[in-house]
Design a protein around this ligand. Sequence first.
Ligand SMILES: [Zn+2]
Length: 169
Amino acid sequence: MIEHLPDRLDLYAMAEAGRELRGRVDLASLERLLPVLGSPEGELQVTLELGLSHDGTRYLAGTIKGALTLQCQRCLESMEYPLDVRFQLGLVHSQEEMRKLPDRFEPLLVSQDPTCIADVISDEVLLTLPIVPVHTDMKQCQELATEYQTPDLGQRENPFAVLAQLKHK
Ligand SMILES: [Zn+2]
């Protein structure tokens, strides 16, 4: 069974110890991500690997998988956006450590440990999102627009159909 990840993790200590974690994170708990979501329903699957690299960098590597509901900026209907994010962060305490970090790591400035893991995950997801999300195929926008109009027309006709039936009785 895959459990929820803890809210906060002591990243430096876990990197020293070399720990791996796998768990679920509710979208609703990712506060920094919420403003861009069409719906806070759902969860993401997250794996985290903490360790010490051969050159002495304490790192947090991981994957984030799942799907988000975003609002298409062309038709304004919701769209599912699949996530498959990989990241490799080097833990740093200061700007100076950040400058020394090997290129293959993105810096994660740890100002206080334990670190709010939801913020780290939110930031990694935000980095991968398009600035203006739109359905990949413009046809999808047109189809959605048609789908949403049809039931409306049906509902508008219904009361008249009922009235017509009454008149005939
Ligand atoms: Zn669209």
